[in-house]
Design a protein around this ligand. Structure first.
Ligand code: PMV
Length: 366
């Protein structure tokens, strides 16, 4: 627990520094991300059972503003609004997160906070917002540390700490603070990889995967029957857990190979295998549930059929829900838009889909 120890030590210093800023405001925009190698199953304190790999999106993001006012006594004061309205469920999650984060950023206990958050994608669009919203808030908190204490000292340490704190809010959020391909979780062949925070992969990858597009096909905006945290828990006594964690590690190793060599077939095989294995785990768990619906399967079938007929690089992945992420190269956009309009939109709820792509990572707004 290299980073946890370091940040706990730093926290002692942060407690001792004279608090100069009595009030201020910070705001970050942070994107969601889509995992190609899935994190599903965790150990204590939001540590993953296997490494995951994702790329950060562009149009699906959260914007969070944090206003702070020095209060002095040790009681956490939070006024939270989601899309301009009170939201008790989100507020309680935010409070829990701030409490956890205060172990590393003790100054949190001395301030009142006004937090406002909104998403670029419609509320209940079926897109998981915890990665974007938790990373946006974590970025605000590290910016606050920087304003008050002048630390972390450099950009690398700034984003490392933001990733570490994001992870405590939502595991997948740890990956959202970086652009490009991002790995969270230790893998013996990936230098610098860690269970505690995510890292950006700086290797040279094939240009084929430089500008991936992600059409998010919304088949349902309904509330999930089983939450992600319950899903992670179901991996605890899962009969296939050990095999699944091994599979994810092997898939990650092979996906890196495909990214380097530009092997599209291998990329497709692994990405689809990960998506379907994630959902197979849910079906084979003690609860025996699925988050997929009839239209998810119809879309998957159409994508595979289209690929076969047109010999074009398209594939899909799924997150913990029924929506399909259709992945393709930017240069095929025209052709794929037609395909979506003609053949896939009919399976989307009210014809709704989001034209997203690999993005540039978070942006500081204030
Ligand atoms: O970060 P969580 O606890 O919401 O879990 C996310 C799990 C998946 O989206 C299914 C996979 C992943 O790696 O993002």
């Amino acid at each position: 627990m290299k980073f946890e120890e370091k940040y706990k030590k730093d926290a002692l210093k942060l407690g001792q520094v004279k608090l100069s800023d009595r009030q201020g405001a910070i705001s970050w925009r942070s994107p969601s991300n889509i995992a190609l190698i899935k994190y599903w199953g965790k150990r204590q304190n939001q540590l993953p059972q296997n490494p995951s790999l994702s790329f950060t999106l562009d149009k699906s993001f959260s914007e969070t503003s944090l206003e702070y006012r020095y209060r002095g006594n040790k009681e956490l004061g939070v006024d939270f609004k989601f899309e301009k309205q009170t939201n008790p469920a989100f507020e309680s999650r935010i409070k829990t997160f701030l409490k956890t984060a205060s172990e590393f950023l003790p100054f949190i206990n001395y301030y009142d906070f006004k937090i406002e958050s909104s998403n670029s994608f419609p509320h209940s669009s079926g897109i998981a917002s915890s990665a974007s919203s938790m990373s946006a808030l974590a970025l605000c908190l590290v910016s606050m540390e920087l304003k008050l204490f002048g630390t972390p000292k450099d950009e690398k340490s700034f984003f490392q700490k933001a990733s570490f704190l994001s992870r405590l809010g939502s595991g997948s959020a740890s990956r959202s603070v970086f652009n490009g391909f991002v790995v969270w979780g230790k893998h013996k062949n990936i230098q610098g990889s860690s269970d505690e925070l995510a890292i950006r992969l700086n290797q040279q990858f094939s240009p084929k995967f430089n500008s991936l597009k992600d059409a998010i096909l919304i088949t349902s905006t309904g509330k999930k029957k089983v939450s992600s945290s319950a899903g992670h828990q179901l991996m605890e006594n899962h009969p296939f857990a050990a095999i699944r964690f091994r599979q994810a590690k092997d898939n990650l190793q092979n996906l890196l190979e495909a990214l380097k060599t530009g092997d599209e077939q291998m990329f497709i095989r692994i990405v689809e295998n990960e998506a379907l294995s994630l959902h197979a785990m849910m079906m084979a768990s003690a609860e025996g549930f699925t988050l997929l619906n009839e239209n998810t399967w119809k879309i998957i079938y159409k994508i595979r059929q289209y690929r076969k007929e047109h010999k074009v690089f398209i594939t899909f992945t799924l997150d913990a829900g029924p929506n399909v992420h259709l992945l393709y190269q930017a240069k095929q956009e025209k052709q794929i838009f037609q395909f979506i309009q003609k053949e896939l939109m009919q399976f989307c709820e009210k014809g709704h889909w989001i034209d997203d792509k690999a993005g540039r990572g978070p942006i500081k707004l204030i």
